[in-house]
Design a protein around this ligand. Sequence first.
Ligand code: UD1
Ligand code: MG
Length: 476
Amino acid sequence: MENLSNEQANLDVLILAAGLGTRMRSNLAKVLHRLDGRPLINHVCRTATALAPRMIYAVIGHQGEDVKAAVLEELDEDHAKFVWQSEQLGTGDAVNSARGFLENQDSTLLILSGDVPMIRAETLAALVQQHHNHRGRGAACTILTVKLDDATGYGRIVRDDGGLFDRIVEQKDATEEERKIKEINSGIYCFNTRKLFATLKNVQNNNSQGEYYLTDVPSLLREAGEDIAIYHHNDSFEIEGINNRVQLADMERVLCRRVIKKLMLDYGVTFIDPKNTYISERANIGRDTVIYPNVTIEGETNIGDGCVIRPGTRITNSNIGHGVEILDNCLIIDSEIANECTVGPMAHLRGKAKMEEKSKVGNFVELKKTILGRGSKASHLTYLGDATIGEKTNIGAGTITCNYDGKNKHATTIGNNVKIGSDTMLVAPVKVGDGASTGAGSVVTKDIEPNKLVVGAPARVLKDLSEEDKSSSQSS
Ligand code: UD1
Ligand code: MG
């Protein structure tokens, strides 16, 4: 942007997030309710960050400490300041709580609502630009508006006979005639910071809710001869506010549908039943992967090309390679699965479990903080926790790593080409050397040397397999 004044060059953001959100009928503050797995406020913070403002201020009150923690998941402490609003007396009062920080700043203040989560950074950038360019000198206030078929609940934009901004009227204060107006206030605005705080002093609470409305500021500025601009936007989804759980569920559905459509059209992913599949906006899925009904993919999850994910599986914050087959009803959290692995049905991976290439985990197998080496298999009814397993090893049905002694967790290390017999208990800490083997039902309490076959409970050495190999090769 060319020839910006100080006021225009300095962009600060203020996010309103102190309200309880009465209409949610919840014990949880509204901005902490989750959309696409993240608190509403986190969506707004992430978008605000994309504009690279000087500072992001958040007005907090209800469950303020929790809201603060949520904000700090997205912003670093140098770029966030928190303003406490002790009593929730309205959006005007909320902004006024930041007076001490802001009233003497030469800056543009972009005000966002913690409960309007889908707004895009591109839209905000265009709003700020129009605010600065208005009539070649910039406006005192620019309001982001949109037209809605059903505007119920929103503040309406009243325009004068010449079509210019007159005032904002809240749903509860509007006449029958005013309620027919389809153009609504998004609750997102740009202000000249000094002018905003000078005018905010004159806002009264003589309205049906007895609140100090931020929405009264634009008309007061207009009456004082200042320019009020309107930035009219076309995508109403972006400015939808969440005030109740129906709106939250609707938004979740629309968002998910958009994500799936994009994955189908732009990324070549097949969905057998898109309406009954739940995919996070933050997930990446590769070409020719097929996703069956009732699959949920959450958080920062990456899935490669040519995978098949059967019904009932949930995958959260995990990385899946190419050509992976995940059978029905698996739960995969914080884990990694390399190319061409097979998982499930009914498998559970968690706590940074890692399957290396072409390994297999079968039904009723749980992996916790365990590495299963390349080409190794655990096909049935097994718990592997805190274990490192080498390549081409077979873990027999019913194997348990006994990793917990009641106080501490201990590691199990299993080498390459090992055969663990069915129902083996590996009492950790314990190591099993390369090429070793355990008989069915063994209880292993001591390390096993490479190439030894152990049996019994507790297991003792029966013979040396490498000696046997030698004698069998001699006899043949
Ligand atoms: C507000 C606008 C309305 C607009 C709508 C868009 C006002 C008076 N009305 O109405 O014109 O169409 O947003 O979504 O501004 N908050 C505080 N402290 C308070 C009150 C609210 O921090 O004392 C916060 C809330 O946590 C919320 C935001 O401000 O994040 C908006 O408050 P809300 O009560 O949802 O206002 P709306 O009725 O939606
Ligand atoms: Mg609202």
